[in-house]
Design a protein around this ligand. Structure first.
Ligand SMILES: Cc1ncc(COP(=O)(O)O)c(C=O)c1O
Length: 434
């Protein structure tokens, strides 16, 4: 796959305006959204719903070819072909140089640990690792576990404006730094990090950068070439697929990575990163989720000839560009209703900075316990979450008790402004006077 010249966070790809986002068609593709009695899915950061086509792909696998790969019979060959197809789809999603850079597995956390174990074995004089106080704990604790291997740690801290700044990384990185681990977007407060700038800083000192794209995955264009990162991890169940995870790594780094494998498994990616059997039906579902996104992108191309001729990567980019614009309108409406309820919003809350966040809003209502807010919303069939959002260090940083934390409403492209307004009305009944 070719490197793309445009900046990922500010691409020149022409996107339809928010008014043309096909929200009705999008919602119709997801059976769970229309099942009675009607439920508002505002907890997507913990896992998103899946289109019918994903269910069909999982069913097809289980009914028609639920066998081990690598056999000489047709059903087994079909599994081999599906895995190849899925690897290419994910490679297109992240703009990998080669499909062999994609590994499939259980989830993001186990992949981060797999890489951290390998890096722990190869620490030498470069034994310093930079972690952040904004990340999901999966991308922090997995690295801190390397203390027993002699690793030393520096903390890249979020600024009071609710984001990480690459300038603050500069003094933390030196010729002793082995790796910087950071997220593309905060799963707790929704801030989008300028990871390309962070990669520049890391590489200037010869360090590597490991990106957690789990939260960013459903919201924007992933481009490992434009980010110039070294590793990137994501979970399928956040981007409209089933429960599974995948890892991308630079081929030359994956080749060197010490991993566990049986002697008969070649020491080559992706096989050396995929010990044992992964869940094939979920990989089939992930492939279908990406086809759903590709189809969404093609449907927005404007004219049929363009839609047919553009590459899948381009169609995926088009889909995510449209999603990004549509989701900005959801973020703005969320900020408006939260402001009307006198909520304290953690993270980016200024209209002018709306492009620096995804529609994941973390907040508290004055004098109302977060658990009470989520319980009241649950009574109205609205699913949100309260607590520390697996980012306990961020909660501490925000001055929130880890046990109670905050309320998080996390939206994706199948949510609507009407849902946000209904959410606002339920909150308004709960708030005390401002
Ligand atoms: C930003 C982020 N990183 C990592 C994880 C862990 O992902 P997984 O459940 O696939 O291990 C999550 C899960 O919510 C997340 O939001």
């Amino acid at each position: 796959m070719e490197a793309e010249s445009q900046s990922v966070l500010n691409p020149e790809i022409s996107s339809p305006s928010n008014a043309t986002f096909p929200i009705e068609a999008v919602r119709a593709a997801f059976p769970a959204l229309t099942r009675p009695p009607g439920f508002m899915f505002f907890d997507n950061a913990a896992g998103a719903q899946v289109p019918q086509t994903v269910l069909d792909a999982v069913n097809h696998h289980l009914l028609e070819c639920n066998v081990q790969r690598g056999g000489r019979y047709a059903k087994s060959r079909e599994v081999d072909e599906m895995i190849v197809r899925a690897r290419h789809s994910v490679a297109d999603l992240v703009n990998a140089r080669d499909a062999s850079e994609i590994a499939f597995g259980m989830n993001a956390t186990s992949f981060i640990r797999l890489v951290s174990l390998a890096i722990g074995e190869t620490l030498d004089k470069r034994n310093e690792i930079v972690v952040t106080d904004m990340d999901h704990e999966a991308n922090v604790a997995t690295w801190l576990a390397l203390e027993r291997n002699g690793a030393k740690f520096s903390w890249w801290k979020m600024r009071d404006d609710g984001n990480l700044h690459a300038d603050d990384l500069i003094p933390l990185v030196s010729s002793k730094t082995r790796l910087v681990a950071c997220t593309l977007a905060s799963n707790a407060i929704g801030s989008i990090v300028d990871v390309a700038a962070a990669a520049k800083v890391a590489h200037a000192s010869g360090a590597e950068i490991f990106l957690d794209s789990v939260h960013y995955g459903p919201h924007g264009v992933i481009d490992v070439q434009a980010f110039d990162c070294d590793y990137l991890v994501c979970s399928g169940y956040k981007i409209f697929g089933p429960h599974m995870g995948f890892l991308w790594g630079r081929r030359e780094l994956l080749e060197k990575l010490p991993t566990f494998r049986e002697d008969f498994i070649p020491n080559e990616p992706p096989g050396k990163i995929e010990a044992g059997t992964f869940v094939y039906e979920n990989v089939a579902g992930m492939d279908a989720a990406l086809r759903y996104l590709e189809t969404l992108g093609r449907s927005m191309a404007g004219n049929d000839a363009t839609a047919k001729s553009e590459s899948r990567r381009y169609a995926l980019r088009r889909a995510f560009e449209a999603i990004r614009i549509y989701e900005e309108s959801l973020s703005l409406e969320m900020l408006r209703v939260l402001n009307d309820c006198c909520a304290v919003v953690y993270g980016v809350a200024e209209k002018e900075r709306i492009s620096q966040r995804v529609p994941t809003l973390c907040f508290n209502l004055p004098n109302v316990h977060p658990a009470r807010v989520t319980e009241e919303l649950a009574k109205q069939n609205i699913g949100v979450r309260d607590g520390h959002m697996y980012s306990p260090r961020l909660m501490k940083r925000l001055g929130l008790p880890i046990k109670s934390g905050a309320v998080r409403a996390s939206l994706v492209h199948y949510n609507t402004v009407q849902e946000v307004r209904r959410f606002g009305r339920v909150l308004a009944e709960m708030k005390e006077s401002c």
